[in-house]
Ligand binder design. Structure first.
Ligand code: ATP
Ligand code: MG
Length: 344
């Protein structure tokens, strides 16, 4: 497969009270052309920080090192002015929160139209051409009242409509890579189904790779080709969607799947450690039902468990005390997630 984006040894930290706190630790990740890679994990594990690093949208207190290659070109140390030729053209994003990402004082149509300003060959497009492109996209995304919302302000739209306005910004310029952050957060169940349909349709129509950052495991299961699971700034498991979600190996992935609503919220014990006070060895060990002495020592590398299915666990992966592989009923659980929840 062709790599579109190659992240190598990415570290992202923040200067807090003059002290650096490392968040993303030696992250390696590829995104292939036209694939959807879902990044899942508990709140605060570093999903959005990773997305922001790709998009050059980290705040000023960020300290970054490593490499992010896009189409073979190093982007991490590009000047912002240089990177802006990519962001807005080939790389686009749909940010996490519609309520804070849209300018409340600007008409939504104008906000979406502004996204074409970065597109080199569109800079000269007449206003009318841009407006018709925007209204076309509004129609495609089945925005109620279609073209007529062009002149509305965000406060005149519902949360779900604002979410679709943000998605239209992301796709207007036909990017090659779309980083889409929590498209179903803060919207209700019916609208979630709409967003899911929109993203499924877009995936068929647009030849575009997506990094889909989400808490929504059924959404990842439905849309993604591969899934990466993050815990405390590290990827702990990555592989094909069916491998990771139907046969999770890392105890954290197993716990995350078991804590979904359809499984009756079997919440994992404990909390993610603070980034300022990370334990030695495996970062998950204090919450892990299988933790043993060796988990507290050294570094835990991401290793291949089976065909391109990588797991960061020092133990003989997924083995119970008796030595048999334990999947905590995940196959059955995933059937429930796919068939039961999504069909409703
Ligand atoms: N500018 C900043 N300064 C200091 N710490 C920050 C900054 N931005 C993010 N962080 C910290 O980085 C960690 C990862 O944050 P991030 O937003 O990536 O989480 P997330 O996985 O996207 O969570 P969520 O699912 O809630 O969106 C958090 O502990 C957060 O507090
Ligand atoms: Mg986030």
């Amino acid at each position: 497969m062709d790599e579109l984006l190659q992240i190598r040894n990415l570290n992202v930290g923040f200067l807090v009270k003059k002290k650096p706190i490392n968040i993303i630790n030696q992250l390696n990740l590829d995104i292939y052309k036209d694939e959807i890679l879902a990044v899942i994990g508990e709140t605060g594990c570093g999903k959005s920080v990773t997305g922001s690093a790709i998009l050059h949208l980290l705040p000023e207190n960020a300290i970054v090192s490593g490499s992010i290659m896009y189409k073979g070109q190093e982007t991490l140390h590009m000047k912002d002015s240089e990177f802006r030729e990519l962001r807005g053209n080939e790389i686009m994003c749909v940010p996490q929160s519609p309520s804070t990402s849209l300018d409340p004082l600007m008409r939504v149509g104008k906000q979406v139209s502004e996204c074409t300003l970065g597109k080199k060959h569109n800079r000269t497009d007449a206003k009318a051409v841009v407006k018709s492109k925007v209204t076309d996209i509004f129609g495609k995304l089945k925005l109620p009242r279609g073209a007529s919302i062009y002149d509305d302000f965000p406060c005149e739209l519902s949360g779900g409509m604002c979410q679709r306005v943000l998605i239209s910004m992301g796709i207007l310029t036909h990017p090659d890579l779309l980083v889409i952050d929590e498209p179903t957060k803060a919207i209700d169940w019916a609208l979630r189904k709409d967003v899911l349909e929109i993203l499924s349709e877009l995936r068929q129509e647009m030849n575009c790779a997506m990094m889909l950052i989400t808490h929504d495991i059924p959404l990842a299961n439905r849309l993604a080709d591969r899934v990466a699971v993050m815990y405390a700034g590290e990827i702990v498991e990555i592989g094909k969607t069916a491998d990771v979600l139907e046969h999770p190996i890392h105890p954290y992935t197993q716990g995350l799947i078991a804590s979904t609503p359809s499984k009756g919220f079997k919440v994992m014990k404990g909390f993610m450690p603070a980034f300022s006070d990370l334990p030695d060895g495996c970062r998950f060990k204090d919450r892990c039902p299988y933790a043993c002495e060796s988990c507290g020592q050294g570094t835990t590398e991401l290793k291949e468990a089976e065909n391109n299915h990588m797991v960061r666990c020092n133990r003989q992966i997924g083995q119970t005390e008796e030595g048999s592989v334990k999947y905590v009923g995940s196959y059955q659980l995933m059937q429930e997630l796919r068939v039961g929840v999504l069909a409703k």
